[in-house]
Structure formats: C-alpha cells, structure tokens
Design a protein around this ligand. Structure first.
Ligand SMILES: [Zn+2]
Ligand SMILES: [Zn+2]
Length: 69
C-alpha cells in the first residue's frame, strides 16, 4: 500500500487532470506511487496505453517522476 494515499501500489492512478499517471513498477520498487508525465513517458501499443513507463519496460533510466502528493 502507498503510505500517502493508502491505495495499492499496482494501480494505475492519474493526477493533475490526467497529465500524470502512476507506473505500477516504479511504485512497487519505491514503495510509494511514482507518477510520470502522461502519455509521453509511457507510450502506446497499438491504441492501448502502456501500463509501465518506458524506463521500466526497457530497463533504462527515467526522470525521477513525482511521488504521491
Ligand atoms: Zn499513493
Ligand atoms: Zn516505471
């Protein structure tokens, strides 16, 4: 569970009017919801938004993101 909002870390949550989405993998690793800019830092597969951020899918490094407010 996220210590800030008490919701499961593996949920995809949106904040700032949908401009940021949480990454389930980043959130799980850091123990708090971690949000990245949406949709730029996620990307699409056909018409479906990717759940994990680009960094988690490619093992790359990603800007810090923002943690659960
Ligand atoms: Zn949270
Ligand atoms: Zn991620």
């Amino acid at each position: 569970m996220c210590p800030q909002c008490n919701r499961r870390l593996r949920l995809s949550l949106y904040i700032h009017d949908g401009r940021y989405k949480s990454c389930p993998e980043c959130s799980g690793k850091r123990g708090i919801h971690v949000y990245h800019h949406f949709p730029d830092e996620f990307g699409w597969r056909n018409d479906i938004i990717q759940s994990w951020c680009k960094a988690c899918r490619t093992h790359g490094t990603m800007p810090q993101g923002i943690t659960c407010p």
